[in-house]
Design a protein around this ligand. Structure first.
Ligand SMILES: NC(=O)N[C@@H](CC(=O)O)C(=O)O
Ligand SMILES: [Zn+2]
Ligand SMILES: [Zn+2]
Length: 348
């Protein structure tokens, strides 16, 4: 491949982790995801959370109604696990093709996770059923214990929860989502083929300085929080390595500007409008353009056991200016890379 091509054509990518929200925000943000991606794993952390088959079907219909005319986009739904999740409900949703996966939020780990799981021992029978029917588990991998430093919560989750879980259920398909540490990279690389990870654009671009140097910058705050530089470097190596264990998951998580610019600001970065342009810069800077299509469009569907998309998209070196703010049908949202120029632009 030419080292500095003027354009790049790849299979249409999918987003394996996104928050589309509900109501007016859903109407406003879904077109951005549907423009770039053919499919997306949609997170169930609404208020109240999506815990059953009927609720997920209804949410899928609301998403489809927000997709612009003429755009083909398939939302893949997830079931929010709670201490009370019924294994039969999970299996029913999976067999009916409503649930593509189930999502483990440790209780109070992140936005809208108050109903999450307080101890994985409480969902043992649900996880056993998932392992036996081949239903994937998406994981927000952070412990929530008050005494554990927020920068250590992913690493401690691996040691205390994930590793023991995979010893007990070695066949369970696990997606360790939005990983942020060299420890998580190492864990995924050395685990079996049934363990993979998604990586966000922000964790490839920024370290914790972006959040804390020269003033506190709430728009760089998401969970898990960005870590030190050595972790960012490990994530960039993993994402661009060509390993089928790592794939695209934006974790695009829109919050209104005033909910972020607050004495207690919400966690989440809205990156959906220019996600591919953001990732592509990383692959180019790492000299790994030839591995971009695998990360964006192939590793995810292969891991989930879904067909690859046949359609193609093109990114061009025309560049684009990211706006300072996006008007989400009346709600101002500050996007990732606000005010910056990106070197690529997806062809309309
Ligand atoms: N990533 C975030 O910082 N926030 C997400 C929740 C999550 O994915 O943890 C959100 O829903 O806002
Ligand atoms: Zn999360
Ligand atoms: Zn998320």
């Amino acid at each position: 491949m030419n080292a500095t091509p003027e354009s790049l054509t790849i299979r249409r990518p999918d987003d394996w982790h996104v928050h589309l929200r509900d109501g007016a925000l859903l109407q406003a943000v879904t077109p951005y995801t549907a423009r770039q991606f053919a499919r997306a794993i949609v997170m169930p952390n609404l208020a109240p959370p999506v815990t059953g088959v009927e609720a997920a079907s209804a949410y899928r219909e609301r998403i489809l109604a927000a997709v612009p005319e003429g755009v083909a986009f398939a939302p893949l739904m997830t079931c929010y696990l709670t201490d009370d999740t019924d294994p039969d409900e999970l299996a029913r949703g999976f067999e009916q093709g409503v649930f593509t996966a189930a999502k483990l939020y440790p209780a109070n780990a992140t936005t809208n996770s108050a109903h999450g799981v307080t101890d994985v021992a409480n969902i043992r029978s649900a996880l056993e059923r998932m392992a036996s029917i081949g239903m994937p588990l998406c994981v927000h991998g952070e412990v929530t214990d008050a005494e554990i430093d927020v920068f250590d919560r992913e690493k401690v989750f691996i040691d205390r929860v994930l590793e023991p879980l995979l010893i007990r259920l070695p066949a369970l398909k696990v997606i360790f989502e939005h990983i942020t540490t060299a420890d998580a990279v190492q864990f995924v690389v050395s685990a079996g083929e049934n363990v993979a990870a998604t990586i966000t654009p922000q964790h490839l671009h920024i370290n914790r300085n972006a959040m804390l140097v020269g003033g506190i910058r709430p728009h760089a705050y998401c969970l898990p929080v960005a870590k030190r530089e050595r972790h960012r470097i490990a994530l960039r190596e993993a994402a661009t390595s060509g390993s089928p264990k790592f794939f695209l998951g934006t974790d695009s998580a829109p919050h209104a500007r005033d909910a972020k610019e607050s004495a207690c600001g919400c966690a989440g970065i809205f990156n959906a409008p220019f996600a591919l342009e953001s990732y592509l810069e990383v692959f180019e800077d790492e000299g790994a353009l030839e591995n971009f299509e695998g990360f964006a469009s192939e590793h995810g569907p292969r891991f989930y056991g879904l067909p690859l998309n046949e359609e193609r998209i093109t990114l061009e070196r025309t560049g684009m200016q990211v706006p300072d703010e996006i008007d989400a049908l009346g709600t101002p949202i500050v996007p990732f890379h606000a005010g910056e120029r990106l070197r690529w632009a997806m062809r309309a």
